[in-house]
Design a protein around this ligand. Structure first.
Ligand SMILES: NC(=O)c1ccc[n+]([C@@H]2O[C@H](COP(=O)([O-])OP(=O)(O)OC[C@H]3O[C@@H](n4cnc5c(N)ncnc54)[C@H](OP(=O)(O)O)[C@@H]3O)[C@@H](O)[C@H]2O)c1
Length: 492
């Protein structure tokens, strides 16, 4: 398919915001640099601040210089610059949409974009419904001769009910196939690689089940706190900000069955089956298997209540009740102000029978497969080998494949892939409605129990691995959290 079949205008609501400047514009620049944008393409950014096309373009220039993974090339910039327009209006203002519609139709003539649109909602969630409704009222959606797609940032709702309501409002205007719900983790190189590693290697797939796997640990840690996002984070917390979307998506990709083919629907079908198989949570199970934490100092952050009970850390023990995974615990943990920034999946394999080396050497280190998602991308395999020399000592040795350590490696940013796919009409790396729905169903059960229980916050020091209860959660099963990001886990 030629790129020119995707001729279109991308309208970015929230064009003056942080996401647009730090991620979207650099992504568009990199796509153009690598010849992955159609020739007939332009961008209209909407914001409230007073700007001319010229002043807005100058700001975008600075953002690309600061945040693009590929150094700014003036010749490429010249091409992109002439494709960028700015419109100032408040999302409530009908006149604004009328002018926008006029501008888009003018640009259709200039750029041959045929009425095709991507509406990117890089705005706070309270505006999702309003903008979608206004686009519809102003006749900017579902024109039979062209296509219109909507890209929606997370969070998609704050619980199951609000997500259902939002989804209803969106599907009144955009069909499911034109709705691109973003979970930017899915655009990351190594997430796409999980399926390849699992299903393209004979030495992984046959042992990827409860016969050979002892437990799976999925960790996503950040060293930063909430920075200046207190207003948002107070309402979300780690459960809604990380677990409902990124962490459960990581579980689905790690645990899903091989899809019948690589079509979008087949992959989503398998992911949904995992979410449907999550162990039904009772309040007792939540109290036993869900740990929350808050770092010391969180309550002093800007826009945070002095007695806030918002969690900045979550650890869960999860069971997937299907034939492949029955009995295998999945431990997940995510938090802010932890010792390293890292996202990793660690598959711990079962020990071999307690004879031969196991009898003589006692507990050997288990075989581990580590899939490193970020910042380092790669795969790490730990297995046992004889220590060179006269003794019969057995030691763990490692094979470490680092994808992004090689000289010249410069993996595309998640947003590049996501914009590119939305342009091509491929929604594989976006979340289908039923994935959102089942994730909220699961997370709501935890949130409900936590709402009714006063936590003992704050309960961990910044720079440590979270509350001690998270260690106990795993230690009582005779496992331990493995080091991630090359760190030493001081809690162990
Ligand atoms: N920032 C990130 O790295 C990041 C990462 C993942 C997801 N997200 C999600 O992306 C969305 C945007 O985040 P952000 O960090 O870019 O937010 P932000 O910096 O606060 O930007 C908000 C944008 O919305 C515009 N806006 C707000 N109210 C408006 C109104 N009534 N009429 C017209 N424009 C209005 C602002 O325009 P003016 O400033 O001109 O008023 C600004 O362009 C959020 O849903 C967030 O959760 C962000």
């Amino acid at each position: 398919m030629s790129l020119n079949e995707f001729s279109s205008i991308m309208v970015i609501f929230g064009g003056t915001g942080d996401l647009t400047h730090r991620k979207l514009m650099p992504a568009l620049y990199n796509l153009l640099f690598e010849k992955n944008l159609p020739e007939n393409f332009c961008i209209v950014s909407v914001g409230r601040r007073d700007k001319t096309n010229e002043s807005y373009r100058n700001e975008v220039y600075e953002s690309i210089k600061n945040f693009s993974r590929i150094e700014l090339d003036e010749n490429v910039w010249k091409v992109l610059k002439n494709k960028i327009y700015y419109q100032k209006f408040d999302f409530h203002d009908d006149n604004g949409y009328t002018h926008l519609k006029g501008l888009l139709s003018e640009l259709d003539d200039n750029y041959n974009t045929n009425g095709n649109r991507i509406f990117y909602l890089a705005v706070a969630p309270e505006y999702f419904e309003l903008i979608v409704e206004k686009l519809n009222e102003h006749g900017m959606v579902e024109n039979n001769r062209s296509w219109q797609r909507v890209m929606i940032e997370k969070p998609f709702g704050k619980d199951l009910n609000s997500a259902k309501y939002l989804n209803k409002k969106i599907t009144e205007v955009f069909r499911e196939k034109n709705t691109y719900r973003i979970d930017h983790y899915l655009g990351k190189e190594m997430l796409q690689n999980i399926m390849v590693i699992r299903f393209a290697n004979v030495f992984f797939e046959p042992v990827w089940n409860n016969k050979y796997v002892d437990n799976i640990q999925i960790s996503s840690s950040e060293t930063v706190g909430i920075e200046n996002r207190g207003g948002y984070y107070e309402k979300a917390g780690a459960l809604r900000d990380m677990v409902q979307n990124h962490m459960l998506q990581l579980i689905t990709l790690t645990a899903m069955e091989p899809p019948v083919d690589l079509s979008t629907e087949s992959i989503h079908d398998e992911k949904v089956k995992v979410l449907k198989s999550l162990q039904e949570l009772t309040p007792e199970l939540v109290l036993k298997n869900a740990i929350r934490g808050q770092y010391k100092g969180y309550r002093e952050e800007e826009k945070v209540k002095p007695n806030s009970d918002t969690e900045t850390y979550v650890a869960l023990k999860i069971y997937i009740e299907n034939f492949r995974w029955a009995g295998v615990p999945f431990y997940i943990r995510t938090g802010k102000r932890l010792p390293v920034k890292s996202t990793e999946i660690i598959v711990q394999f079962k020990p071999l029978p307690g004879i031969l080396f196991f009898k003589e050497n006692g507990g050997l280190t288990p075989n581990l497969l580590v899939i490193k998602i970020q910042p380092e991308e790669g795969v790490f395999l730990q297995f046992n080998a004889k220590k060179p020399g006269t003794s019969n000592k057995i030691i763990p040795v490692q094979m470490d494949f680092c994808q992004n350590c090689q000289v010249g490696s410069n993996s595309p940013e998640a947003y590049e892939r996501l914009i590119y796919d939305a342009l091509r009409g491929d929604s594989t790396l976006f979340t289908r409605w039923d994935e959102v729905e089942y994730s909220w169903k699961y997370v709501d059960k935890i949130a409900e129990v936590w709402r009714n229980e006063k936590p003992n916050f704050p309960n961990y020091e910044a720079g440590t691995w979270g509350p001690i209860e998270a260690d106990k959660l795993i230690l009582k099963d005779n496992f331990k959290w493995w080091n991630i990001g090359g760190s030493n886990n001081e809690n162990l």
